[in-house]
Ligand binder design. Structure first.
Ligand SMILES: Cc1cc2nc3c(=O)[nH]c(=O)nc-3n(C[C@H](O)[C@H](O)[C@H](O)COP(=O)(O)OP(=O)(O)OC[C@H]3O[C@@H](n4cnc5c(N)ncnc54)[C@H](O)[C@@H]3O)c2cc1C
Length: 380
């Protein structure tokens, strides 16, 4: 394994870093305060190719590898996790799911506008009574011959209101359990499809998280992804890759907080010297730096596994579990290094601390990652 970044990967890293500093940073505090979705910023990210990074250029994507994607995710997340989650969901859940399992007609109709950022997508699995236990789907997609009739509620959907296309997981045949679940492409505006109110959140407040309500929504059969009953497998396989994106997001949040803490520690004086000269502060920075480097290696290893065609269930789960823990610990310590200034919004670290928490919850909580990891090491 050689994790030296190629010329192309270094250029992508620089482009994402510049975009984060020049375009995301200026309005990030205001968007967080107002819970405002980064509409303009997402459009620009689409123009730069960040929304379909791994998609084949014949469908309007950038044709890059997973390594390039995690590198970009880290840089964007250092500054604005509300924007980077749009990149993550669109790339690793929606575009990857469609490109890998969709048919040619679905790719032509939906993948191209999603990869270019003409519209963004949402991935709709969670329900009021089906979060970690995703097999307990209550949303139904009843087979009516040439179409399905969709009824039920989805919870916590990222890009809930902004997405033009929703990949919705629903139960067709209860008798068959998880083998009776389907994944359907549902367009915004389809009659009977309502978007619930926006959630008022602790972190990633710029991201629009909504519940979705389906009331006798007619979905054409051609919008089913894969064979009848493939929906649960579709969701699990897609989430396995999604976790690598969220691990990279957690890594970026941690690295962003560390960079701010390091800078502040070299400027702020107490007891006649820069606080970095107090060993208690210097050691915090040493711990952060070490843990971030370890998290980065896990994230790169998971991305490398995916690029090599290896199984990445274990490496992806380990990367997400560890990077999200590092994000939480690093951001708490970054606030501490900033003292009272860490507690106010202008210094950014309190927002990064609030944003870090979600990386331990979505796309499988830390406890669920431990189930994936322990099953893999005990039963393989
Ligand atoms: C901001 C935000 C955005 C989200 N975006 C999306 C999205 O775009 N699409 C989507 O489908 N979902 C999304 N989610 C939902 C998210 O994936 C779920 O919240 C998550 O999977 C946990 O499910 P839950 O909230 O129902 O918690 P529960 O499953 O009720 O879990 C509660 C607690 O119990 C623990 N627990 C549960 N089962 C076990 C077990 N077997 N062993 C040990 N511990 C266990 C959990 O780890 C957790 O600590 C989002 C959530 C949030 C908050």
């Amino acid at each position: 394994m050689d994790f030296t970044l190629s010329e192309e990967q270094l250029m992508i890293q620089q482009a994402a870093r510049d975009f984060a500093q020049n375009e995301l940073l200026p309005g990030v505090i205001e968007r967080d305060d107002a819970q405002r979705f980064p509409t303009e910023e997402v459009k620009k990210m689409g123009d730069l190719g960040f929304l379909g990074m791994m998609v084949d250029p014949k469908y309007g994507g950038s044709g890059l590898d997973t390594m390039s994607y995690v590198i970009a995710m880290e840089e964007l997340s250092k500054v604005d996790a509300s924007s980077s989650v749009v990149v993550s969901v669109n790339n690793s859940l929606v575009c990857w799911g469609l490109e890998t399992f969709g048919n040619e007609a679905q790719k032509e109709k939906y993948l191209t506008p999603l990869a270019t950022g003409e519209m963004i997508g949402a991935f709709c699995l969670s329900e009021p009574e089906a979060g970690s236990d995703a097999t307990s789907q209550k949303t139904t997609a009843i087979d009516k011959g040439d179409h399905y009739v969709l009824n039920g509620t989805k919870n916590w959907i990222t890009n809930g209101n902004s997405a033009g296309v929703h990949l919705v997981i629903a139960q067709t045949d209860v008798e068959k359990g998880h083998k009776g679940i389907n994944a359907l492409i549902v367009e915004k505006g389809t009659p009977g499809f309502e978007i619930g109110p926006k959630e008022n959140k602790l972190g990633i407040r710029g991201s629009d998280t909504h519940s979705l309500l389906f009331n006798d929504v007619k979905v054409p059969k051609e919008n089913r992804i894969g064979e009848d009953g493939f929906g649960f497998k579709f969701a699990m396989k897609t989430l396995a890759g999604g976790r690598i994106g969220i691990a990279a997001q957690a890594l970026g949040i941690a690295a962003g907080a560390y960079e701010l803490a390091r800078k502040y520690a070299k400027e702020r004086k107490a007891f006649g010297t820069e606080i970095a000269n107090h060993q208690a502060i210097a050691f915090k920075l040493a711990d952060m730096h070490t843990q971030i480097a370890a998290a980065r290696h896990l994230v790169y290893k998971a991305a490398w596994d995916k690029d090599q065609g290896n199984n990445y269930d274990l490496s992806g789960a380990m990367a997400k579990l560890y990077a999200s823990q590092v994000a939480m610990e690093t951001t708490v310590e970054a606030v501490q290094v900033h003292g009272g200034n860490g507690f106010v919004k202008d210094y950014h670290v309190e927002r990064l601390m609030r944003d870090a928490k979600i990386t331990q919850i979505y796309e499988g909580t830390s406890e669920i990652q431990k189930i994936v990891i322990s099953r893999s090491i005990l039963h393989n």
